[in-house]
Design a protein around this ligand. Sequence first.
Ligand code: SF4
Ligand code: SF4
Length: 174
Amino acid sequence: MFWDLRRIFRDLWATFQGMLVTLKYYFSPAETYQFPNERKPIPERFRGVLSFHPEICISCEMCVRVCPSDVISMEWARNEQTKKKDLLWYQIDFAKCNVCRLCEEVCPTKVKSIHHSNEFEILFDDRKDFLVKWGPTTEDTVTPGPKAQPWVRFMPEGRKTTVSPSIEKGAPVS
Ligand code: SF4
Ligand code: SF4
């Protein structure tokens, strides 16, 4: 009898403790955001879609070497006049990226040439669309060319990518 009463009291106490937690949140302000009109603040070190800046990249290939998932590929050529490397194209396979940030950490440029953006609302229509390539705008296709030309992101078949890092952390100030 005594042990039964003790068990009943213990269960009632546990229920009361649970109700206390419910009460605490019941009177707290609601944390509901009316997405997409309202947006939850994004943490400082949020890892969104990778963003790449060919105009800053020095073609050191450190991001290619450090990536554990073989996500990044690129090609460069030595410029005999400047003795520097000219980036020909740069490619990220978003399907394989595990969002580890190693490429951003290792990138040696002062403003990171590759970095995670705050963008998370992206849509890939097809499996092959995960392959995003940066290249010169020559004839609207990805063809090797001098870095001085404007660069854009392409998906396979020369289409422009839907990836649009609108809010970019560490993006160069123009
Ligand atoms: S975040 Fe990690 S997995 Fe993704 S490209 Fe960078 S190094 Fe590779
Ligand atoms: S580590 Fe940075 S600078 Fe070097 S190739 Fe990659 S993006 Fe370019």
